[in-house]
Every structure is written in structure tokens, then in C-alpha cells.
Design a protein around this ligand. Structure first.
Ligand SMILES: [Zn+2]
Length: 154
């Protein structure tokens, strides 16, 4: 919704988000060939969605204008595909989301292909490094570990 006003510092924050997602539309991954991405409110503001980074995602004009009333956070799949860890300031409930992320990795690991297993280890190590807890087994799941992950993610 481009008519939405920018609060102080929000343009800069959205620029950081655009860079993080490689200036790519997180919905169509740039296949629309519309290279400019704009700020979309995941939950539309007319439905009470907040004008805050956790409710923003970069979309191209086509994906943005074609969006209905759904509230899909396309950033999540984009991050999964690119093994990115979204800064916690862009996530609504970071504790829950990071815990879900780790849990999903733990559950996926036993049946993953060898390639995917290597990938899972890399992602897990990135989380641990972000948390300043390297080397710590990703299986460790106490509250201190969770809090440290949160504290050290941007
Ligand atoms: Zn698009």
C-alpha cells in the first residue's frame, strides 16, 4: 500500500529488508521481470495490519496489486529456500519462530538426503554462530540457549 506513510527511519529499514532479500520480490522471485520491489503489508492495513517491519515484505508491483485479502508472509519460504535467517526485528514472535525453525531442522534431519543433511548442518551452525554459542549441539534446547540465540540475532 504505497499511500501508507513512512515513520521516521522506516524507509531505511525497508531498504535493509530489500537488500536482505536481494531486491527480489519474495512472492514471484522476480519472474514478473518487474525489478522494483515495493513495501507490501502482509496483513493489509485496512484489516488492522500494523505498519511495522514484521508486517512488511518486498513485492513487485504485479504481485502487490494482484494481492487479495490474504495475509501470507512470503518471506518465510524465501528464507527457507535460500537458507537465510531473518533478523529477529522483522519477526513478530521471534522466540516462537526460532524455536520452530530449530525444531523443524531437528525433525527433518533423520530422513533428509545427504545433500540436505549437509545444508541443515550449515544452517544450524549459522544459528549457533549468530548466537555466539558455537560449538553447541543444535539439539540443546534449554531456555538459556534459546535466549542467547535471540540475544545475538540482530
Ligand atoms: Zn512479484
Amino acid at each position: 500500500m504505497s499511500s501508507q506513510e513512512w515513520k521516521k527511519g522506516q524507509r531505511e529499514e525497508f531498504n535493509l529488508m530489500k537488500e536482505f532479500f536481494n531486491n527480489t520480490c519474495v512472492k514471484c522471485r522476480g519472474t514478473s521481470n518487474l525489478l522494483n520491489v515495493e513495501r507490501d503489508h502482509i496483513k493489509p492495513t485496512y484489516q488492522g495490519g500494523k505498519n511495522e517491519p514484521f508486517n512488511w515484505q518486498p513485492l513487485c508491483a504485479r504481485c502487490n496489486s494482484g494481492k487479495g485479502s490474504e495475509s501470507i508472509d512470503y518471506r518465510i519460504d524465501y528464507c527457507k529456500e535460500h537458507n537465510l535467517i531473518m533478523p529477529k526485528k522483522w519477526i513478530k514472535n521471534p522466540t516462537t519462530k526460532i524455536e520452530q525453525h530449530l525444531q523443524a531442522l531437528r525433525q527433518e534431519y533423520p530422513t533428509a538426503t545427504p545433500d540436505r543433511k549437509r545444508q541443515i548442518v550449515i544452517v544450524a551452525e549459522r544459528i549457533k554462530k549468530s548466537a555466539g554459542l558455537y560449538p553447541v549441539k543444535v539439539e540443546e534446547k534449554n531456555d538459556d540457549f534459546k535466549q542467547s540465540v535471540l540475544d545475538h540475532l540482530m
